[in-house]
Design a protein around this ligand. Structure first.
Ligand SMILES: NC(=O)c1ccc[n+]([C@@H]2O[C@H](COP(=O)([O-])OP(=O)(O)OC[C@H]3O[C@@H](n4cnc5c(N)ncnc54)[C@H](O)[C@@H]3O)[C@@H](O)[C@H]2O)c1
Length: 451
């Protein structure tokens, strides 16, 4: 695998994706393995590591983390897999820079806290790595996102956000339906991150599934760093699970683009109440003032006239739902009630129909093809697809189906929503990271018969 050998013209590359014969998964010879590294083998990084270890087309050559416990459990996983132990970098918080000196890395996965992503992505690009897979989100500030876009362009390299929800089975079946015109012309979409994370944000590592009231140094996994974002920031701090699928439905950056945005934040009560209920008013964290509103609602306008409603809701008691709604001139799908209505096709006018038979009928060809391989992988199988797409792109030396413009555009919702809230819910303009190329770029996501 030659890292320097990159396809420069993405429009030629996009065409070649459609023409590319599908490769035979797991068929690469040992001498031609994709050499991969992972920075951050916390809970998410270990999910990725497991997926890499079961593939016969990948060799994990290096891992890096600063947490001994996470390194120890990663080592156990590697031993169990029977694969060669990679080089391990763990001396300090910049050990990843030493790791990037390894010349043989073809592709890298970054699964560290958000505040490290920009620096690690750019560091990887500057080290000459042509395939960088970054966990959600790409950076913190708007400037971070510009910096990553410019670095990827300068290095002629791929940065793919590992946004797994784009590959959720129902989400992809609905993409299939959208592309076949079942909903007519798309008018309005909704989604978000609606997940009770109170026991993730407060996690002492003692309770088996999270819990307690500890954060930062005393916290475990995301409680070590994510909670701090809820103390200091107010905006949609996790937009990509909702916006990724929505962007694919309406071809954002490929014939369409986000034009402007406006956010509203509710008051903040959920996390404080959680500490009081769990640990009592005398716990030091009962004094924390959380800046993040419990429900942050963002409206986004699009160049082609669609509207989007996005919500971030992670601090209150609630069952999980990403709250998707895809609505067009002929009908709509909603995931919270798992229902659909297509005018003239649903059995009764004005009545919801269970969506499952439609989702089965329009199951996406990639799910038909890979569902056996995906079975058992994380989040209902979608984790397999996102890693598979990243690896196959690197193996074939072609652009990733989600690229740096998607990563920057989706992640930029956070600083823009923060800005809107600070400015009294004013509408702010959305930057165009593609510099006008969105008009000419063609959709590529999930249009390949392999990934
Ligand atoms: N797509 C999904 O479904 C999904 C699910 C969970 C998490 N995530 C994302 O994955 C990322 C990681 O989250 P997580 O849940 O694994 O958190 P985590 O805290 O469990 O893991 C992060 C790891 O990064 C390590 N780290 C921190 N600073 C480092 C440095 N300077 N050098 C090397 N390692 C460093 C930490 O020690 C830790 O092990 C985040 O971006 C998160 O939003 C995505």
């Amino acid at each position: 695998m030659n890292r320097k050998n990159f396809i420069k013209n993405s429009s030629i590359a996009a065409t070649s994706i459609a023409l590319m014969p599908s490769t035979n998964l797991f068929s690469r010879s040992n001498s031609n393995l994709l050499k991969m590294a992972v920075i951050g083998v916390g809970l998410r990084g270990q999910d990725h590591l497991e997926l890499l270890l079961i593939r016969n087309d990948v060799e994990v050559v290096a891992i890096c983390d600063i947490d001994d416990q996470m390194i120890a459990s990663s080592k156990e996983t590697i031993i169990k897999s029977g694969k060669k132990m990679p080089q391990i970098f763990s001396s300090d918080k910049y050990a990843w820079k030493k790791m990037l000196e390894i010349k043989e890395i073809d592709a890298i996965i970054i699964a560290t806290p958000w505040e490290w992503h920009k620096e690690m992505v750019i560091g990887s690009l500057e080290a000459g790595i042509k395939y960088v897979g970054c966990e959600v989100v790409l950076g913190i500030t708007l400037q971070d996102h510009w910096d990553v876009v410019k670095a990827a362009e300068k290095c002629k390299a791929n940065v793919m956000m590992l946004e797994n929800v784009c590959y959720r089975r129902d989400v992809m079946a609905v993409l299939n339906m959208v592309r076949q015109g079942l909903f007519g012309e798309i008018i309005h979409l909704q989604g978000g991150y609606q997940h009770d994370l109170r026991e993730v944000k407060f996690n002492d590592g003692i309770h088996p599934y999270g819990g307690g009231c500890e954060i930062n140094q005393k916290g475990y996994s995301e409680a070590k760093w994510r909670t701090e974002h809820t103390i200091r920031r107010n905006g949609d701090v996790y937009p990509t699970h909702g916006i990724g699928p929505i962007a694919n439905y309406i071809n954002i950056n490929r014939g369409n683009r986000f034009t402007n945005l406006c956010s509203f934040s509710s008051k903040s009560r959920g996390l404080h109440k959680h500490v009081l209920k769990t640990c009592g008013e005398n716990h030091p964290n009962a004094k924390i003032n959380f800046k993040l509103g419990d429900v942050v609602t963002t409206s986004i306008g699009c160049a082609n006239g669609e509207t989007i409603l996005l919500q971030h809701d992670t601090s209150l008691p609630r069952p999980y739902s990403l709250g998707f709604r895809v609505q067009g001139t002929e009908g709509l799908w909603m995931d919270v009630n798992k229902a659909i209505y297509i005018e003239g096709k649903s059995p009764k006018p004005h009545q919801w129909e269970n969506a499952q038979s439609w989702l089965d009928k329009y199951d996406h060809p990639l799910w038909v093809r890979w569902s056996k391989e995906a079975a058992g992988s994380g989040h209902g199988g979608m984790d397999f697809y996102v890693i598979h797409a990243f690896i196959e792109s690197a193996k074939q030396n072609i652009p990733t189906p989600l690229d740096v413009y998607d990563a920057a555009t989706w992640s930029a919702i956070t600083p823009l929503s923060e800005q809107s809230i600070i400015m009294g819910n004013e509408t702010v303009d959305f930057p165009d990271f593609t510099a006008g190329q969105w008009i000419y770029r063609k959709p590529v996501f999930a249009l390949n018969d392999n990934f």
